[in-house]
Design a protein around this ligand. Sequence first.
Ligand code: GLU
Length: 435
Amino acid sequence: MPFKRTVYDRAIYQEPGPSLDRDNPFQSMRERFDVAAEILELDPGFYEYLLTPARIHITAVPVVMDDGRIKLFEGIRVIHNEILGPSKGGIRYAPDVTLDEVKALAAWMTWKCAIVGVPFGGAKGGVICNPREMSPGELERLTRRYTANLLDVFGPDRDIPAPDMNTNEQIMAWILDTYSMHAKRTENAVVTGKPIMLGGSEGRKEATGRGVMTVTLSAMDRLGLRAAQCSVAVQGFGNVGSIAALLLAEQGCKIVAVSDVTGGYYNENGLDVQAMIDYAEANNRTLDGYQNAQKISNEELLTLDVDILVPAAKEDQITRHVAPDVKAKIIAEGANGPTTPAADAILKDNGVLVVPDILANAGGVTVSYFEWVQDRQGYFWSLDRVNRRLDRLIRNAFDKVYDEAEKYDVSMRIGAYVLAIDKVASALRLRGIYA
Ligand code: GLU
């Protein structure tokens, strides 16, 4: 059978050649998908269907730069799957965005939504650009033209963007406005993660970091650890890493290290996370020059003697070179795809409990769903209601994934894939194939 051959030839949990640590996130996603598909004995046709993006849009985005020159950017939107509902997923702006990366991120959105039980499929967008070198005006024109090019793709019942790396509330506001100008009515449910004043949700900005905190507490429970005993290192100090660090500190954990693009910052007595957030805000969003800490390297941060490690930066950070030296008992993946498949195997052998990205960072899309629901109802919830519902969904999802992993004696990552793929495949079976 073609499917069986695909799986068995892949030899997922053997030490792979160097190619598997290469940063191809789609390949990384596929490795795990294959293991889960095999456990589920997925029909070969379903296997192909669930792995293949439904649609890929690549669009040229011309922008008049501040100096009058016209510059062309490449915009991507991948709709991975719409079986459970309209597709959902963020848009990232970065110079090194690739199609394979966006394809992987779109698939991860499908699995994420299935795991937390929100009625969305998965999508992701990217624009190849360097937002740090662009003025606000250039970013606005880029965003509006990208949106205009994708008017037929986006829509509250079709495909709903949200923030991701280097995109924020302001960028969502421009998408909302551009889409609404063409629709000739204000359509605030077309994006999530927008400013509260424009129909955004309380708690959305903090939601991903909050979900990371919630799964970390659940994982600590399973290992019999108490927050007050735990030390934490956080890689990445953007929206996810900084909020996860802040909330874990509030729970009593000692945050001993954080990092951003300028390097790692370590203090064995614990860092003052709020002071660091304030510092970064006043310092062009970086921790460069922060005083009350010792500078360490990225690799040192990942291999610190801590109880909990939160990779919240980007893909392929915990590789097979780093994994043998990881000392944390729990890894809670705030980023998408921070651990390579080869590293997974090593961490599993070493007994590290990895809470996988598609569960650990699903708090963001969960509150995006709440935001979409509120927009469509025109009735807005209190922060307390948002947080209570978020906590409940994430705790339930954690328990389901943990049980699934125990049932098949696999890692939580594979448990999460099994749960997600099974759910989407069951929905596909009910819908059938339209001929
Ligand atoms: N970009 C976020 C993620 O990777 C959020 C997506 C959303 O809210 O639609 O999960």
